[in-house]
Design a protein around this ligand. Structure first.
Ligand code: ADP
Ligand code: AMP
Length: 214
């Protein structure tokens, strides 16, 4: 299964990606996670990406596309993958199509998680993430069992630098201008599924699996 998760920042893409990739046993490719890992390790890529991330802006297309192309050519992606947070512009989507065509494969479904702006701000403000494994928590909706400690790996659970109110607003604005047009792009290709993301985590997952025919 080759899947794309689409939706505004804070919609629940990473949360659902973890559930979906567990079910299908496919790799979870989150460009945001790749950038955060590089920032943490202080690599050249991390240094380049951090400036954009802190401002809530998109990292330039050519940088992101090159990373995803390399990742998709790795062995573990040969039977399927889930892209989370990529593509984020029409240009990225077109380049993804070219890369996949060269590999003689295509996206099966694009899952669009639909959430209202007020909910996004509430979700992003309460989001906490494990510094080691990237697992996602929420102070109210999905708290870690022990405050500040990851249930899965015991790592430190922290608040992302870009989850401040101002940066979240900027990211939502960038989403509306740059990413929302992808809904139309994938509807035309007739592989878009839209899911009501206002529901609780389990119900959203149930609806996604039902829409995928599981
Ligand atoms: P995205 O990857 O789309 O930016 P996340 O998966 O990181 O979003 O979710 C944002 C925050 O909202 C996290 O703190 C997560 O625990 C929480 N969350 C995700 N889905 C739901 C939901 N259906 N109901 C309530 N909170 C949710
Ligand atoms: P995310 O974890 O998906 O919320 O992404 C965090 C940040 O990483 C974004 O605000 C962007 O700065 C950057 N980023 C992640 N994915 C992309 C992408 N596909 N294109 C451009 N920038 C991205």
């Amino acid at each position: 299964m080759r899947l794309v998760l689409l939706g505004p920042p804070g919609a629940g893409k990473g949360t659902q990606a973890a559930n979906i990739t567990d079910s299908y046993k496919i790799p979870h490719i989150s460009t945001g996670d790749i950038f955060r890992k590089n920032v943490k390790e202080g690599t050249e890529l991390g240094k380049k990406a951090k400036g954009y991330m802190d401002k809530g802006e998109l990292v330039p297309d050519e940088v992101v596309v090159a990373i995803v192309e390399d990742r998709l050519k790795e062995e573990d992606c040969s039977d399927g993958f889930l892209l989370d947070g990529f593509p984020r512009t029409v240009n990225q989507a077109e380049q993804l199509d070219s890369v996949l065509a060269e590999m003689d494969v295509a996206i099966d479904k694009v899952i669009n998680i639909d959430v209202r702006k007020d909910t996004l701000v509430e979700r992003a403000a309460g989001r906490r993430v494990c510094r080691s494994c990237g697992a996602t928590y929420h102070v109210m909706f999905k708290p870690a069992q022990k405050k500040g400690i990851c249930d899965l790996c015991g790592g430190e659970v922290y608040q992302r630098d870009d989850d401040t109110e101002d940066t979240v607003s900027k990211r939502i604005e960038v989403y509306i201008n740059e990413t929302q047009p992808l809904i139309e792009y994938y509807s035309r290709k007739q592989n878009l599924i839209t899911i009501d993301g206002e529901q609780n985590i389990q119900k959203v997952f149930k609806d996604i699996m039902a829409a995928l025919g599981v």
